[in-house]
Design a protein around this ligand. Structure first.
Ligand SMILES: Nc1ncnc2c1ncn2[C@@H]1O[C@H](COP(=O)(O)OP(=O)(O)OP(=O)(O)O)[C@@H](O)[C@H]1O
Length: 450
């Protein structure tokens, strides 16, 4: 760790604190996540999901794990540095994002997810805080909960952030899949369009209530399996009709509403895969523009962080405390400390890129023409343990520098819809339900409360 100079803490999550740091040898700015618990052997570290899953990922929209260091029984992950997370962007935003901006971000995230899904992984804890943004590029981070799709259920130790948690997980299904990420993306997309969480449940029960109040309670036809799950835990759905999403997200286009509706389907089988989403009409206008061909005025600007929006409910609180589960505590799989070996010895993990580069295609809307000069990441292999980034990372960087444009408004600045009325969250489900314990705009949202 002496090769790095820690500059500033930029995040503090359940499992670790994240620091902006400088690689003293190369001058590169990186993010270093120091895990909260101790690791007494190297074997313990390499079995971590974050290591196992991230080392296999090499995609422009997945945050790059550069190095893993164990020193004095502390474990550090060295990541590429990203400027901010999506939640920070929303929090500091005074007016709505344009749909083009939302489309741009979501298109990239779905590409990352599609890449993951094709490699047999799903994330399980997608939320705005785990989507990191630098300039026009957005990347999926925090693979602490990532799962292999064909790993054996039951997934008893499941945790994730409540507001983005899929109903099957809320109902304690022990078998679920990458469609939980699709649910989360529906909620995130809606939040990006309104700057308000779509399902801000204050407890797990309230979370289901909020979902029912927005998309309507499930029926035998909509989700027979869900009714069985509810039955199994003696849960009775409230009987609510829901509201048209277009009234909750008045600024959204029909395509956006249609996509969110599909993503937030009760039945996980009815949610599209990431690859299917990329082919949805909402993304029809998305295409890659290599930097050399990019018209300046068409670039979609990532809004600057730092200026607090006058319309933001000041009391909105988003907690980053421990994530929760309905499971009894006994169901949690305890992490066992293993034998102590080589304490104090710094070790690094070779991040092999070979798995990731075998078929490293960027997934895109097939209806869209692909630029001929898109760099290929095939057959490139690198080891990053020295801190030097060779061929593959260069290519990844080139990919990362690509932007996604909207063909609808070439050469024009993006237009912003009128700002939301102050305090006038027209579409909040609580407005319709008026339940006493529910949270209204301007009141405190409790995020991730156990
Ligand atoms: N590569 C990065 N570059 C910049 N900031 C980062 C990076 N990785 C993480 N962060 C910041 O640190 C925060 C926490 O990181 P992360 O989600 O990985 O930690 P965690 O302990 O797993 O958190 P959680 O409670 O969400 O599980 C992120 O929301 C983000 O703001």
């Amino acid at each position: 760790m002496e090769r790095y100079k820690l500059i500033k803490e930029v995040g503090n999550g359940t499992f670790g604190s994240v620091w902006r740091a400088l690689n003293k040898q190369t001058g590169e700015v990186v993010a270093i996540k120091k895990m909260k618990r101790k690791y007494y052997s190297w074997e313990e570290c390499i079995n971590l999901r974050e290591v196992k899953s991230l080392r296999k990922m090499n995609h422009a929209n997945i945050v790059k794990l550069k190095e893993v260091i164990r020193e004095n029984d502390n474990l550090y992950f060295v990541f590429e540095y990203m400027e901010c997370n999506l939640y920070q962007l929303m929090k500091d935003r005074g007016k709505l994002f344009s749909e083009a901006e939302v489309r741009n971000w979501c298109f990239q995230v779905f590409q990352g997810l599609s890449y993951m899904q094709q490699r047999g992984y799903f994330h399980r804890d997608l939320k705005p805080e785990n989507l990191l943004v630098s300039k026009h590029i957005i990347k999926i981070a925090d693979f602490g909960l990532a799962r292999e799709i064909n790993s054996s259920p039951p997934y008893t130790e499941y945790v994730s952030t409540r507001w983005y948690r899929a109903p099957e997980v809320l109902l304690q299904a022990t078998t679920y899949g990458s469609s939980v990420d699709m649910w989360a993306m529906g909620a995130i997309m809606a939040e990006l369009l309104t700057l308000r969480p779509l399902f801000p449940g204050s407890s797990e029960t309230d979370e289901i209530y909020k979902i029912c109040s927005v998309i309507g309670s499930p029926t035998e036809i909509k989700w027979a399996e869900g009714l069985k799950l509810a039955n199994a835990i003696n849960y009775q759905f409230p009987q609510l009709r829901g509201v048209p999403l277009s009234t909750l997200i008045p600024s959204a286009s029909k395509d956006a509403i249609n996509l969110i509706t599909m993503l937030c389907s009760w039945d996980p089988c009815k949610r599209p895969t990431a690859l299917e989403v990329l082919q949805h009409p909402f993304f029809q206008s998305c295409y890659y523009v290599p930097p050399s061909l990019r018209p300046k005025a068409a670039a979609i600007r990532t809004p600057p962080a730092g200026t607090r929006g006058s319309l933001e409910p000041r009391s909105v609180k988003r907690y980053s405390g421990p994530t929760t589960t309905l499971k009894p505590p006994g169901a949690l799989s305890p992490q066992k400390a293993q034998s102590i070996s080589n304490p104090g010895v710094q070790r690094k993990l070779d991040i092999s890129q070979q798995d990731a580069t075998k078929s490293d295609k960027i997934l895109r809307n097939p209806a869209v023409k692909q630029p001929r000069n898109r760099p290929s990441v095939r057959n490139s292999t690198t080891k990053i343990h020295t801190g030097k980034v060779h061929g593959l990372a260069d290519t990844a960087e080139k990919l990362a520098n690509m932007t996604i444009g909207s063909s609808k408004q070439p050469g024009r600045q993006t237009m912003h819809p009128p700002p939301m009325r102050a305090g006038g969250w027209t579409g909040h489900s609580d407005m319709f339900l008026g339940r006493p314990q529910e949270v209204h705009p301007g009141r405190t949202y409790t995020r991730k409360v156990a």
